[in-house]
Design a protein around this ligand. Structure first.
Ligand code: ADP
Ligand code: MG
Length: 268
């Protein structure tokens, strides 16, 4: 399998008034084409910072990002992002929100106007929102808004999907539905996915591999060799699932109190 993303020796500082704060130190990670990885870590450990560097919103102090073996600087049509807060345009309908980003990327691929509309409709259908296609974001629940954000990201037809805690504001039942949707769609559309979460159960349901972070660093990578589709109720109690779950819990919670304490001390 070929390498899709290579993160090489990334360091990143936030520059404050008087001093710099090191948020990431020497991050190294490779993601295979078609792989689904979850970056799991407690709040403040640098997950969003790493994703923002992958997305090109933040520039690393040192190190580099390679996609398909080529160094990338800034954002690009090869990466699409979904954030926690949906970030839809409130004055655009579902269809218009999905079309907004897609227009450029689908034009670049020389689709005719009819084909573009068909594809956009297809993505809206894939997330189950055809009935709401002409509604505005304020008319939709949080879960529906996040479906629009997923359709919009798919419509960009980028090889790589980057998601930053997309379901953490969604109630648990809907969250399960959306997790399944993202898992299915990423496989159907052959995406390489980097999904940030602080939820162990979410990581285990979605990922081929979980990258556990501690502040500033990658701590451990754990393979999740469970077959898809993964239905939580069916997995719970199975010896192999429980073993992976235990491994993740001990990796995630080890040193967590110390890390939170140090984070608080930084802001004293
Ligand atoms: P996570 O996504 O894992 O919760 P972040 O990547 O948002 O963590 O933040 C990593 C660290 O960088 C935290 O200590 C946070 O307080 C700090 N940080 C995040 N954004 C900024 C910023 N704009 N300026 C200064 N420090 C920041
Ligand atoms: Mg974050």
């Amino acid at each position: 399998m070929s390498k899709k993303i290579e993160i090489r020796d990334i360091c990143f500082d936030y520059i404050g008034k008087n001093k710099a704060f090191g948020a990431l130190e020497n991050i190294n990670l490779e993601v295979d084409e078609g792989e689904f990885i979850c970056i799991l870590g407690s709040s403040g450990c640098g997950k969003s910072t790493l994703l923002s560097i992958l997305n090109g919103l933040n520039k690393p102090k040192s190190g580099e990002i390679l996609i398909d073996g080529k160094k990338v600087v800034g954002s690009g049509a090869d990466r699409a992002v979904v954030f926690q807060n949906y970030s839809l345009f409130p004055f655009l309908t579902v269809k218009e929100n999905v079309m907004f980003g897609a227009k450029k990327s689908l034009k670049r691929k020389n689709f005719t106007k009819e084909e573009r509309i068909k594809r956009v409709n297809g993505y809206i259908e894939a997330v189950g929102l055809l009935d709401a296609i002409d509604k505005y974001p304020f008319e939709l629940s949080g879960g529906m808004q996040q479906r629009v954000a997923i359709a919009r990201a798919l419509a960009l037809e980028a090889d790589i999907l980057l998601l930053d805690e997309p379901f953490s504001a969604i109630d648990p039942k809907l969250r399960l539905e959306l997790q399944e949707l993202v898992s299915q769609l990423s496989k159907i559309h052959k995406k390489t996915v980097v999904f940030v979460t602080h939820d162990i159960d979410e990581a285990i349901l979605l990922a081929d591999r979980v990258i556990v972070m501690e502040p500033k660093h990658i701590k451990q990578a754990i393979n999740i060799d469970l077959p898809y589709p993964r239905i939580r109720e069916e997995l719970v109690g199975q010896a192999h699932y429980e073993e992976i779950h235990r491994k993740l819990i001990s990796s995630f919670y080890e040193n967590i109190e110390q890390n939170i304490y140090e984070e608080v001390k930084l802001w004293e």
